[in-house]
Structures are given as C-alpha cells and as structure tokens.
Write a protein that binds this ligand. Structure first.
Ligand SMILES: [Zn+2]
Length: 442
C-alpha cells in the first residue's frame, strides 16, 4: 500500500534536505571539477539522512540529465529499504512550473513537487519576461491540473528570489496559489535577507496564510544562513531547507547540524523531536570525507570547536573542560564512540578518522577493508577498551599502515582529540599545522 502525506503528522520542525539538489550546485562540485557524487555516494547520503531522522529529501527533476533520472530510482530503492526500520521518507522533486518537469518527476515516483518560478523584478526582467498576472495564471493552471491528475502529491510553490520580491507582489501571486498547495516557499535565493527582514516576512506570511506551512531556504552570501534560518523557525516556519555542511551555490545555505545545534542551545528541544542529534558530528564527518576535506572550522558541530591550543590553554582544559567548552558538543556526537560505533559510522567515517585525525595514509578500498575488520573485532574487545585503540591497532598491525611522519617543528601547535582531553593520553596527540592534520606518537 502506498503511504501518503495525508497520513503523516508533521513534527515541530521538518528539515528538507537538499544536499543532492542545492548541494550539487556547489562550486566545489562544478566549477572546480574536484568532487562528484557517484550514484553510490548519493545512496549513502540518503541513507545517512534517513538514519538521522530527515523525512523530506529534495532531488533534481529527472529531466535535468539521464544520470539524475537513473540516480532517482537508486535513491528511491535505498529509501524503500529503510521504511520498516525508520518509517517513510518523502522524496521531493525540484521542478520548474513546466509540464515536462512535472511529468518526469511523477514518472520517477516522486512523492512531491517543489515548484518554483521567479517573482522578483530581476527575474521578471531577465529570466522569463512574464508579468505577475501571467506568472500567477501559468502556475495556477498547472497546479490545478497536477492536483486533478495526481492528488497524492505533496505540493510546494516558491516565488524564487522571494526576498527581492516586494511583499505586495508576493501576496498577489501567493493569494491565488496558497489554497492549492501544502507549503509556500520563501527562498532567499541570492542571500540578501537580514534576520529582522526574515522575522517580519515570516510573520506576515503566517498571518496571511495561517493554513499553509511556510518553507525557508537561506543562502550564506552575507554569512546569515544560520541566523536567518533560526529566526525563521522561531517565528513559526515549520519547514526549512538545509544541506550537509551547508554546501550549495556560492557560499552555500544553512547547514543542517548548525540549525539543530542552535535550537538546542536556545532550549527549543521540541523542535529536535525525532532527530538523532548524536549523529550530527558523524554525519558531518561522513559528508566531509565524501568531499575529501575536513569538517569546516566554521561549522558549529565540528571537532575544531573542541580543539585547544597547547600550553596554558590546554592545561586549563584538562583541569576543567567547562573553561573553554561552553557548548554541549558531546550531545551532538563529537565523541569517539559515537563517531566510530554509532549508527552513522561507516567506511567514510572510518576513513576520515584514520586519515584526517590520525594522519594515516589510507585509500578508500583499504578503509572499506579496515571497517569490515573493525566491525568484527571491536565487540570482542574487553569492556572499556577505547574503540580508537582497536581501530588504530587494526590499521597498524593488520594493514601495515603508518602515520605520516611529523617534522618536529610542526608538532604540538594545536592538539585535537575526539573525546575529552583526559582521554587523549590513551591514543596520542594529533597535531594540526599548515593545513595538514598529522598524528604525532608519544
Ligand atoms: Zn539556493
């Protein structure tokens, strides 16, 4: 039997992850031609998101390319395999207000359509040249047709570039569309919104359309992606678009774990309902490893925030971790056991741990083999053995791996540890200098 959106009770906060749509438009992936997501990367990402508790995942319209169309079905299969374990997750297709996009999404088996059309003066002048009346008529006719033919679909309509659209213009379009859709989007497509503007706009939309949920999408051009999302959520926005590590066009959008972390710090615990927040650091690590980079230091849920310079500072941390750690990062999985043994641990996380944190020279294939051995051995170790010790011993003894040699002058500049500083003695210091993370043996 098909599960439909009408059977779903939305939570206080619904993350719509768009790592595989907005995230794939990141300059990291395209301009530099440095990283690409393979089909299996995409499936891994979707599985991790579902395990984290995300119920809405946005994908490209299958019309974008034959590869995207093929990947859609692989992703759908991965989703279906997790239904008994984690419940239903909705796959939403990002489509233009065009029948071809709609047909391709429906044919691929999308649960919903995230429709968009430009409503700002800039879009009207340079993109499609339609008047507001024409936009409204075109969208309304298409949505009415879609509702007739496919009544099960979850529908969202967005005026692209909503924060450069005058409120009166946005209302003119949304007044006619709101009764037809589940959500109205307010994307800050070019990253111009301020927190005060966001609060005002969301309150106005909530007031005018009390029966329609509002969805946000905030770009980080001004460095406001996190605070704008937080402001929107605190002003009654239920659906918020995020990506892992905030990747996206230009400087990206709101990072999923950044908004979760801030809601926790602000004690909005009800909004975290249904999310596995201890998986936050592991999912960031997982994504960073896919991108072959470190979890960025600007990311609130990162190891960097538990890193302390050597010397006086480190001693203060050893005496009282609270001195320099104001935030509950352990709740967000910045802990060795969660990273290595939690439900989100997998070969990417093992690869990241061994390569980036321990400084081993290790390729993907070896990381996969080490992971298999680790999973076999770790549960047979005497209680209290740190999992990192098991892993490092496997890497060194079973696989003959060794840490990159650290020149003396680079040692000890910054110490990184997975857990509290007291435990660091068990598995050695990690030096981080000149952009490389290195392991120095005691
Ligand atoms: Zn965007």
């Amino acid at each position: 039997m098909e599960f439909t959106f009408s059977q779903y009770q939305p939570r206080h906060l619904e993350i719509i992850d768009t790592t595989l749509r907005e995230g794939q438009q990141s300059s990291l992936l395209h301009d530099h031609h440095k990283y690409f997501f393979s089909t299996s990367d995409k499936v891994d990402i979707v599985r991790s998101l579902i395990l984290y508790g995300v119920k809405f995942i946005e994908l490209f319209a299958p019309t974008v390319s034959t590869q995207e169309a093929a990947d859609f079905s692989a992703i759908k299969q991965a989703r279906d395999e997790l239904i008994t374990q984690r419940g239903y997750t909705f796959l939403l297709s990002h489509v233009r207000c065009h029948p071809d996009d709609v047909e391709s999404a429906v044919k691929a088996g999308a649960d919903g359509l995230n429709m968009y059309i430009g409503t700002s003066d800039q879009s009207i002048a340079h993109k499609h040249g339609m008047t507001l009346n024409q936009i409204t008529r075109k969208a309304r006719d298409l949505i009415e047709q879609v509702k007739k033919s496919y009544p099960h679909l979850i529908l969202r309509f967005s005026g692209e570039d909503a924060f450069r659209t005058r409120e009166v213009d946005l209302f003119r379009v949304y007044d006619e569309i709101a009764p037809l859709v589940h959500r109205l989007g307010t994307p800050d497509t070019v990253g111009v919104a301020t927190p005060a503007f966001v609060a005002k706009r969301i309150r106005a939309l909530r007031e005018r359309y009390p029966d329609t949920d509002v969805e946000g999408h905030f770009h980080d051009d001004r460095g406001y992606a996190t605070i704008n999302a937080l402001e929107a959520v605190q002003n009654g926005m239920r659906f918020i678009q995020t990506t892992l590590l905030g990747i996206g066009e230009r400087s990206g959008i709101t990072s999923m774990t950044a908004i979760m972390f801030n809601l926790f710090v602000d004690k909005s615990y009800e909004k975290l309902d249904g999310y596995h927040i201890r998986g936050s650091y592991p999912i960031n690590v997982f994504m960073a490893d896919k991108l072959r980079k470190l979890v960025p230091s600007k990311e609130p849920v990162s190891l960097t925030n538990r890193t302390h310079a050597a010397g006086v500072h480190s001693k203060a941390v050893i005496n009282d971790a609270g001195t320099y750690e104001a935030h509950p990062l352990d709740q967000f999985g910045v802990a060795e056991t969660e990273v290595l043994l939690g439900p989100l641990s997998g070969w990417n996380v093992i690869h990241y741990f061994l390569h980036e944190i321990c400084g081993f020279d290790i390729d993907d294939a070896t990381a996969k083999a080490v992971t298999a051995t680790f999973k076999k051995k770790v549960y047979n170790m005497p209680p209290g053995t740190p999992p990192s010790q098991v892993l490092i011993s496997i890497a060194e003894k079973d696989f003959g791996l060794h840490a990159i040699n650290v020149p003396d002058e680079f040692r000890g500049a910054v110490v990184q540890t997975m857990t509290d500083t007291a435990n660091a003695a068990d598995f050695g210091e990690i030096s981080h200098s000149t952009g490389i993370i290195l392991r120095s043996k005691r």
